[in-house]
Design a binder for this molecule. Structure first.
Ligand code: MG
Ligand code: ZN
Length: 213
């Protein structure tokens, strides 16, 4: 009995995600789902990639959080359209909530939608949100064992950003080992080292432009 209910929910999420993708394609909007643990730098990355992208493209952000609008306020402060998706304690976004967010956006007036997922290394990976590409973020303060411990988040990523590399010397994070374990699960993703202090995430801007241009 229970198993059947779980399967229906999963199928429902897949159906909602397919509907989102169809809606986005109809409006020629590209969508990127950003995933990573709390504090890995998802919002900070957005703050750095939005200004160069917004010079040429119209962007919006769906900001997922359990509670509070703090991250949404940071994005809105940059003049970007932002819709808060408050999961009310749930640890991931699902396609139903994302669809409601998309319906609040004027997709005719947009080129790019970023979804900042709830900070979590586990279940966001299992929920298709109708995105075209997945961006996974892991910071050097989390430890190089995270990709091998939480492979699901890395398996389907199209680009992996290793952030806060300016803190590398203060950690025992082994970049080489981290990259090796990401490669075990994912042979195609671009793997990029960034630090918003010393090496602004130009590679992420370039990745997004390679999809949208
Ligand atoms: Mg955030
Ligand atoms: Zn969850």
């Amino acid at each position: 009995m229970e198993i059947q209910v779980l399967r229906r929910l999963e199928e429902k999420n897949k159906a909602d995600a397919d509907q989102i993708r169809a809606l986005l394609n109809q409006h020629n909007v590209k969508c990127f789902n950003i995933m990573g643990s709390p504090g890995c730098g998802k919002t900070a990355l957005l703050e750095h990639v939005l200004p160069p992208l917004q010079q040429r493209y119209r962007c919006a952000v769906l900001e997922g959080d359990l509670y509070t609008t703090q991250d949404a306020e940071r994005i809105a402060g940059m003049g970007t359209t932002v819709i808060q998706l408050e999961t009310q304690g749930s640890c991931h976004l699902d396609a139903n909530l994302v669809m409601r967010g998309m319906q609040e956006l004027n997709l005719d007036q947009l080129d790019i939608v970023f979804i900042e997922n709830v900070g979590n290394l586990v279940c966001p990976a299992n929920f298709d949100l109708g995105e075209h590409h997945r961006i996974t973020v892991v910071s050097v303060t989390e430890g190089h064992d995270k990709p091998s411990k939480y492979p699901a988040l890395f398996t389907k990523a199209d680009i992996v950003l290793i952030t806060k590399t300016d803190l590398l010397e203060h950690t025992n994070f082994d970049i080489h080992r981290a990259k090796e374990s990401i490669r075990k699960f994912n042979d195609h993703a671009e793997i990029v080292e960034t630090s918003i202090r010393s090496a602004p995430p130009a590679a992420l801007v370039a990745f997004v432009l390679s999809i949208v241009d």
